[in-house]
Design a protein around this ligand. Sequence first.
Ligand code: GDP
Length: 465
Amino acid sequence: MINHRDTIFALSSGRPPAAIAVVRVSGPHARDAVMSLAGRLPQPRQAALLRLVSRSGEGSGVAPDRTVEPIDDALVLWFPGPRSETGEDTAEFQLHGGRAVVAAVLSALSRMDGVRPAEPGEFTRRAFENGKLDLTRVEGLADLIGAETEAQRRQAFLQLKGLLGERAERWRERLIEALALVEALIDFPDESDVSEKLLQPALAIAAELEGEIRDLLAGSHHSERLREGLTVAVAGPVNVGKSSIVNRLARRSAAIVSSYPGTTRDIIEVHLDLGGFPITILDTAGLRDADDPVEQEGVRRARARAEASDLVLWVTDATLKNPTPAAEMMGPDTPPVWVLSNKSDLVDGKEVGEGELAGGGCNVKYRISAATGASFDELVRGLAAYADQFFAGTESSIITRQRHRTDLLDCAEALRRAGVEGNGGREDIIAEELRLAARALGRLSGRVDVENVLDVIFRDFCIGK
Ligand code: GDP
């Protein structure tokens, strides 16, 4: 269990060596930490160039012959709470980013009483707990740090600005207004025509909110997928050139983000940035009827991944008379399939297998060559356009996680049930549904029922954030 009276510190910038390293300290002893390291407190929120020193004998309780050793000249910033990122007293040291410099400062801090290294995400967690950020903004912050493409960055930035959290908060306020009306009705049941004055406006608010929430849900198709990216599986029989195609896609310097090579039987993923949208290309094992159990397992997994992806690139060999049709190997619920007729460099002009469109019902086909790169520009443009369409409007959507969708849907459902009860219905039931709806919105922004989601959300943060 984390002790919140502790003062925490961490290297908040990237791994040294670097030009500059940023070390942050937050908590009740932040002031002492600055005094000990820098000798004085800078003006709040103003940078001061100060010499940092390490005092040996620190934390021993006795201070016999303290030696003072200069560490570095650093920019020091002092943010007294509550006007700081975490809401606590916070200090920031901008050091020269050498390993030994950083190590000396971290070690001096760790020798101080009541000061300890921060857990991942602990600065942000304190900001959340001190009411500086709602949960949707915390998620936005995590996404902004994780964003690899422009579209992801834009979406995360909107989230960090609090678009969803603020909308949820406004909805919640209106719901509480509606609830107050119904509760007044429960308190004064015998007054004449109160029902019209109280229940109807309350139900009107509920119906309006339900409409707004359902509109938001309907308008944000695929938006949570922007965080993970569109998955495209490259599938087909062995030796048609799947790996060669994935390699060539990955080598397009503008496109590559990262790649994780697996074993030959495993699935290799390549992350591409196509037109600002994240695309994960999966190189699946050859889909064929294998006898070897290890291979069978590889094929089974490849098929499952292909079926779960957003698009399948079915690769065929242009030199074969009867290329394997995609339909033969794929299940009934496959995503859209594009056929890539590969090795076009080996056939002059018209390819041998042309005519029988190998996809079985698919109408997108590229004649490519992984060897020469022929038609890869067209393929990449096609993929980028597909991603653009898939993610249409999602960059500006404020729903970025399944969690958001679930809470909003819970809220809309409770409002619907309140509406079904309707005029003349039981007020206590209507009141209860409105309470459930408000609670769902409270969950969304992290006001209520947070414990079970907090660990999941903060686990993904890096140390120092
Ligand atoms: P996979 O089993 O489907 O992943 O196929 P590979 O990518 O391992 O390719 C199988 C063989 O075909 C290798 O020898 C490749 O060099 C070759 N190959 C792949 N693409 C092309 C191509 O476009 N043209 C030619 N001529 N050979 C290719």
